[in-house]
Design a protein around this ligand. Structure first.
Ligand SMILES: Cc1cc2nc3c(=O)[nH]c(=O)nc-3n(C[C@H](O)[C@H](O)[C@H](O)COP(=O)(O)OP(=O)(O)OC[C@H]3O[C@@H](n4cnc5c(N)ncnc54)[C@H](O)[C@@H]3O)c2cc1C
Length: 383
């Protein structure tokens, strides 16, 4: 067993850390969040570094980056904020899925537009009545020969309102029974007639933003179908583990940065004539948190290793997502206690971390759903 990073991986991490320091330090991420900004320098900077092509195989026009390398970037971006990490991760998964299952024309689109960072992808799976129970989706795409006619409503489509974005939309093309059949994946241009996008007001995650998408008699050409009609459930599952593992990187970076910030504060801030970090109650809580972060990191790196070996990692991916997301919530909660009144001020980065962290155990599959998966892998039946 070897825990060391290669020289290239160390260099990649150093580059990503410098990128965050130069382009999106946490204070700037907080400002962007408050202004609901679309920071071009962030997206262009990531594209210039070649990160959007990193996960694709070299023979496909990419750079053959491993899951661990994607985690390393996500961790560093997560130090700025999880939302910043999602500005990167959010494009990778639908890009990889489209490339794997798509037609030749769709592959050219991914290679020329998405890998170069000129164009983004967002995912619309959830609906107002279906979140965890994703396969119960109802948005209907009626087969009209050379096109589909789409009607329905999507919810929580993150990044779907940004310019130059295509929405990877899961729709029902077949009967609702069996539940996981009859689902298809369409690439939808949000500027198509009949589509309306409404931004959902949220506590945080304002850079990418999340949206409701309304479809009224929307014509989507047949060539926009990704993978086989009615079989998109397996298309969606094909990158689910990778998604869980990379987003865990974002949580880890955010949790570590939160701890680093409270640690520094605890060494500077004095009470009763000594730094507050020397009070054992706070010192032990921070020691526990570092232990928790390291545990989550090891879970994520193990899952990344399994993925790189082509081995199954459903259970390990869920463990990583569960522990990583809960650790970020715990870190932000402790950060508020350590920074106390200073943290509660909305001028503080800690208050931003607190707002942002709370949704970690919800988006990307809730903690309960991760625990269900882990329990199932142990032979326990859950509902
Ligand atoms: C910020 C944000 C960004 C998102 N981005 C996207 C996106 O880009 N694209 C997209 O398609 N979706 C996105 N989502 C949707 C996200 O995937 C869902 O919110 C999530 O899956 C939970 O669904 P829900 O909110 O409908 O909660 P529900 O599914 O209604 O769950 C409510 C509660 O019941 C629990 N529960 C449900 N079923 C079970 C069960 N079987 N066992 C135990 N407990 C259960 C849940 O854990 C939760 O606590 C996003 C959500 C948020 C908040």
């Amino acid at each position: 067993m070897d825990f060391a990073l290669t020289d290239e991986q160390e260099m990649l991490r150093a580059t990503a850390r410098q990128f965050v320091a130069d382009v999106c330090p946490p204070e700037r991420a907080k400002e962007w969040d408050e202004q609901h900004a679309v920071p071009r320098e962030l997206f262009e900077g990531m594209a210039e570094l070649g990160w959007f092509s990193l996960p694709f195989a070299e023979e496909d026009g990419g750079d053959g980056g491993s899951p661990l390398e994607l985690i390393l970037i996500a961790e560093e971006l997560g130090r700025a904020s999880f939302d910043i990490a999602m500005c990167y991760i959010g494009v990778l998964i639908p890009g990889l899925t489209t490339f794997r299952w798509g037609s030749e024309a769709q592959r050219v689109f991914i290679r020329e537009q998405v890998m170069t960072g000129r164009h983004r992808l967002a995912v619309a799976m959830s609906e107002p009545d279906t979140g965890s129970d994703a396969a119960a989706l109802r948005t209907q795409a009626e087969d009209r020969g050379d096109h589909y006619l789409v009607n329905g409503q999507k919810a929580w489509c993150t990044g779907g309102g940004l310019p130059d974005t295509t929405i990877a939309t899961y729709v029902r093309t077949g009967p609702r029974e069996p539940k996981h059949g009859g689902i298809s994946l369409l690439l939808v241009d949000p500027k198509t007639e009949g589509i309306e996008i409404r931004r959902t007001p949220t506590l945080a995650r304002h850079i990418l933003g999340t949206n409701e998408v309304f479809f009224k008699d929307v014509v989507v050409p047949k060539e926009n179908l990704v993978g086989p009609q009615d079989e998109a459930w397996k298309v969606m599952l094909s990158n689910l583990e990778l998604e869980k593992v990379i987003i865990t990187g974002g949580y880890l970076g955010a949790a570590q940065a939160t701890l680093d910030e409270m640690l520094k504060y605890s060494q500077d801030r004095q009470a009763f004539g000594r730094p507050i970090g020397t009070f054992q109650s706070l010192a032990h809580a921070m020691a526990d948190l570092q232990t928790e972060i390291d545990s989550a990191r090891l879970l994520a790196y193990r899952a990344a290793w399994l993925l790189a070996q082509g081995k199954p990692c459903t259970r390990e991916g869920s463990m990583a997502k569960l522990k990583g997301s809960e650790t970020y919530v715990n870190a932000a909660r402790l950060g508020m206690q350590v920074c106390a009144g200073q943290g509660f001020s909305t001028e503080s980065v800690m208050s931003f971390r607190y707002r942002e962290s709370i949704v970690a155990t919800i988006s990307g599959g809730t903690s309960q759903i991760q625990r269900n998966g882990i329990a199932r892998s142990m032979g326990l039946r859950t509902y």
